[in-house]
Design a protein around this ligand. Structure first.
Ligand code: MN
Ligand code: MN
Length: 314
């Protein structure tokens, strides 16, 4: 049995791609089941509700040697704790390659596209497997989510082509309208506790010396209503302080991305982070906020800059 799952603090791509890839593997004769590594965010909950589909179950504790397929991630910091004891058989991903190692030859499919869903559609088409309405809507939702409906600089022509191919199969006539409904659902944060808001879309990255890396927690809140998030700024800064101490991080940042205006204003808790932001991005922090302009992609515009900044001198 192949356990298929996306990263911790799952987003729509992590959930949708696990469901879709498990289904594709089953259609191709492999016994496979989708799982998740955390609670659904509000956008993903909306997508599954629209589809009338159940969320995948939480991944149970896996015995050493269990066969797993990773989607939408590959780094050990972003996956199940005992990953090194498991047998990683497959990875389908669109992130940078991290510290992944395997004990036997894996199937790997990495492409520098905007979404894992875009790669999965290629696997369907390469395998001559028919895409049904449910999987089409899952892949399409993942692509709209990851690319912020093509606003993100991670967007490629393949992502646009995939949405154009999938929309009629998914029965979605008005893609723009559907994307806005997804983003509205994602932005409807209600009284979600600040700790949870911080970690809803949150990843820990090791920077610098690979033997003794500095670990930074990088959270993102993508929203159509940044005013709401900044209204809770004091609570969020406290949550960041706690997470930095509890998780023994070298630094922590929370980027508030205004989806419709394509801007990033990042919360900064201390002089440590302030210095890094100044030196890495050339941006000043005022009243705990660093205006990072149009750098809205953590993957393409934040992490690579920090990696370069922390890279050991050669
Ligand atoms: Mn993801
Ligand atoms: Mn993704």
């Amino acid at each position: 049995m192949m356990y298929v799952f996306g990263h911790l603090n799952p987003d729509t791509d992590a959930i949708a791609s696990a469901l879709v890839y498990a289904k594709l593997l089953r259609q191709q004769g492999t016994e496979a089941q989708a799982f998740r590594l955390g609670d659904l965010n509000f956008e993903t909950a909306y997508v599954l509700r629209e589809l009338g589909t159940e969320a995948p179950a939480m991944l149970p504790e896996l015995a050493p040697g269990a066969e797993v397929a990773l989607v939408d991630h590959n780094e050990s910091n972003q996956t199940v704790g005992n990953i090194h004891e498991l047998s990683v058989r497959r990875v389908v991903d669109h992130h940078k390659l991290g510290d992944l190692t395997t004990s036997s030859p894996p199937y790997l499919r990495f492409e520098p596209v905007g979404c894992t869903g875009t790669i999965l559609l290629k696997l369907y088409r390469e395998g001559n497997v028919q895409v049904d309405a449910q999987e089409a809507k899952l892949m399409l939702s993942a692509i709209l989510s990851d690319t912020l409906h093509f606003r993100s600089p991670t967007t490629t022509q393949d992502d646009r082509d995939a949405v154009e191919f999938l929309a009629p199969i998914a029965g979605i006539q008005k893609v723009e309208e559907y994307a806005l409904a997804m983003f509205a659902a994602k932005s409807d944060l209600g009284d979600t506790p600040a700790d949870k808001l911080l970690k809803m879309d949150y990843k820990v990255f090791p920077f610098g010396d690979p033997v003794k890396p500095e670990e930074w927690g990088l959270g993102v809140i993508e929203t159509t209503n940044p005013g709401y998030v900044f209204g809770r700024q004091a609570e969020l800064l406290e949550a960041m302080d706690r997470a930095k101490a509890d998780d023994k991080l070298a630094g922590i940042l929370l980027s508030v991305v205004d989806i419709l205006n394509e801007t990033n204003r990042t919360l900064v808790i201390s002089a440590t982070e302030e210095k890094v932001i100044k030196e890495a991005f050339g941006v000043d922090t005022n009243d705990k906020i660093a205006d990072l302009g149009h750098r809205i992609s953590r993957k393409k515009q934040i992490v690579p800059t920090l990696e370069k900044y922390f890279a050991p001198e050669s």
